[in-house]
Write a protein that binds this ligand. Structure first.
Ligand code: NAD
Length: 314
């Protein structure tokens, strides 16, 4: 049976994701954006690449929500990216307005879909989307941890002089300056980096991971990262569409897991056709627990700033 994904926001991240999906012939795609002609133009360009990739997946561009109806997955990349010297949290109010509108419109047309929220600050936007959509928590997922973990893997691989394929990394907590890179669970072919490198080197790799987004913004000058973010979303989409049950760090709504309640933050989850099939609870040491709680508190503070939308959760 054919599946359909709608990508709301056809900017750098959304369009790159669409291209990856069509290239891999994963599913049909609808590209939506408020800018007239832009999603249509990008969809046409990507359609013309499909024969070269021998892909039968179809892509259409629109400024109308109707074609997004009955999507299996809605990816929300609409909003504004960070500029130099801006934190993800500076984007809070502007993007909350965009995400509220997008989720309200798309949830009504695709009541059985799964939301993947990407717009920053992502944990806060995911929590807003949960409330506005009224969907169950399994079907509203934020993207952050996969990207942060991929960045950590890259830096560890360079340090060890090995292929990133042989590095596993885990980053928990909110996708922000308070993220929690888990060095004990970050390994080169099973050997934790804490045993391979000095504490100073591990600390430096952790810091570069925390600053990963800002490092790219300062080089690009305008706009933020999009190749690695799109690749991260692609793996979430694939795990859901193909029911792969991959274990991936994603932003999920916690109801008691890791001692946290009523907050979205990054934890390892199993992603399958129902969305989040399971949240995996790891044993954290004292320092990790404190860092995780601090990160969750930051998200809670921003959610509180936004106030509670009147919409009801299921
Ligand atoms: P971009 O500016 O290239 O694209 C954003 C698009 O959203 C634009 O095309 C714009 O026209 C569109 N848009 C604005 N308002 C809209 C609305 N009401 N409805 C539909 N579309 C609307 O930005 P980008 O680089 O693609 O980033 C998109 C978002 O994703 C940003 O908030 C960015 O911070 C975030 N992001 C998150 C992660 C993550 O790890 N979670 C990673 C990268 C980017």
């Amino acid at each position: 049976m054919k599946t359909k994904i709608s990508i709301i926001g056809t900017g750098n991240v959304g369009a790159t994701l669409a291209y990856l999906i069509i290239q891999a012939e994963l599913t049909d795609v609808v590209l939506y954006d408020v800018v007239e002609g832009m999603p249509q133009g990008k969809a046409l360009d990507i359609s013309e690449a499909a024969p070269l990739w021998i892909s039968s997946s179809a892509i259409t561009g629109t400024n109308d929500y109707a074609p997004t109806a009955q999507s299996d997955i809605i990816v929300v990349t609409a909003g504004f990216p960070r500029k130099p010297n801006m934190t993800r949290d500076d984007l809070l109010y502007a993007n909350a307005k965009v995400v509220s509108e997008v989720v309200e419109r798309t949830a009504a047309l695709s009541p059985n879909s799964i939301f993947i929220i990407v717009t920053n600050p992502v944990d806060v936007m995911a929590q807003l989307s949960l409330k506005i959509s009224g969907f169950k928590r399994e079907r509203v997922i934020g993207m952050g941890g996969i990207l942060d973990s991929a960045r950590f893997r890259t830096f560890v691989a360079w340090e060890a002089g090995v292929s990133p394929r042989d590095v596993e990394a885990l980053v928990l907590g909110g996708h922000g300056d308070q993220m929690v890179p888990m060095s004990r669970y970050t390994t080169v072919k099973g050997v934790p980096v804490t045993e391979l490198f000095s504490k100073e080197r591990v600390d430096a790799l952790v810091q570069r991971t925390r600053d990963g987004g800002a490092e790219i913004i300062s080089l690009l000058k305008y706009g933020s990262a999009y190749y690695a973010p799109a690749a991260a979303i692609f793996h979430m989409v694939k795990s859901i569409i193909c029911d792969e049950n991959r274990l991936l760090p994603c932003s999920a709504y916690l109801s008691g897991e890791y001692g946290e309640h009523d907050v979205y933050t990054g934890v390892p989850v199993v992603l399958g056709k129902a969305g989040i099939e399971k949240i995996i609870e790891l044993k954290l040491n004292e320092q990790e627990e404190a860092d995780f709680a601090k990160s969750a508190k930051t998200v809670k503070n921003f959610v509180a700033k936004l106030g509670n939308p009147s919409h009801k959760m299921q």
